[in-house]
Design a binder for this molecule. Structure first.
Ligand SMILES: [Zn+2]
Ligand SMILES: [Zn+2]
Length: 231
């Protein structure tokens, strides 16, 4: 159970760090809640809590951003790009684009990400349930299992990244902002040839997200992001 995750081979912790550090990416604090430090365990719990209201807000968002297209009746090409992001985010059939997108900023399906983690955890606990996508039920289950089970399992690092990424996408898709102004322009590179996103990066507590592409930052990546801004 204390072994590093076998499914991820990038050696994120292979740079001379002490053996026992928090499992959250780039965190160098000592673990104190299972394999996570207290700050990252709290952060993960906060993201899972945020889904409840944010998902309801997304449900209430009209599916067409243009005044001319009737609700739900517009062709995809008539929708604003942001609405297409929402569709990807809400469609359980959307597939992760990890292979083509090593930075992890490809759009993911929130029901798929939360649903597959909920069933992974249920199976791991020996209580498999029915396979279905129910964002609120899966979110509540993961939140309830977080401190007594998930933080002790060696897949918590992957779960942390997945939850953070869909959290940021959901913040972006619901048009949420925090603070009087963005903390910087998004440096994420995308497309061929690669170009900077330059979307507004919003900071909320210990995590940040891009309001345009939905990229997320936390921990040391966030510290570096804010430090780079000054350069
Ligand atoms: Zn940590
Ligand atoms: Zn961006």
């Amino acid at each position: 159970m204390s072994q590093p995750d076998q499914r991820r081979g990038e050696g994120a912790r292979g740079d001379g760090e002490p053996d026992v550090v928090c499992a959250a990416p780039t965190c160098r604090r000592a673990p104190s809640r299972g394999l996570l430090c207290a700050a990252d365990a709290d952060q993960l719990g906060q993201w899972l809590a945020d889904f409840a209201a944010d998902w309801r807000q997304l449900d209430a968002t009209p599916t067409s951003a243009t005044s001319g297209g009737g609700r739900g009746g517009g062709l995809a090409s008539h929708r604003a790009p942001a609405r297409l992001d929402v569709l990807v985010l809400t469609d359980p059939r959307s597939r992760p684009r990890d292979d083509a997108d090593p930075d992890g900023n490809g759009a993911r399906s929130l029901p798929e990400v939360l649903g597959s983690w909920a069933s992974t955890v249920r199976e791991d606990m020996g209580t498999p349930g029915t396979e279905r996508y129910d964002v609120q039920a899966d979110r509540a289950f993961l939140a309830a299992a977080l401190s007594r089970w998930i933080v002790h399992r060696d897949y918590v690092d992957e779960l942390f990244i997945d939850v953070r990424d869909v959290w940021a996408q959901l913040k972006a898709a619901t048009g949420q902002s925090a603070g009087p102004r963005p903390v910087r322009a998004c440096p994420t590179l995308a497309g061929q040839p690669a170009a900077r996103c330059n979307g507004p990066v919003w900071l909320d507590k210990d995590a940040a997200w891009c309001g345009h592409c939905g990229t997320a930052w936390s921990g040391f990546q966030l510290v570096r992001l804010l430090r780079e801004k000054a350069a």
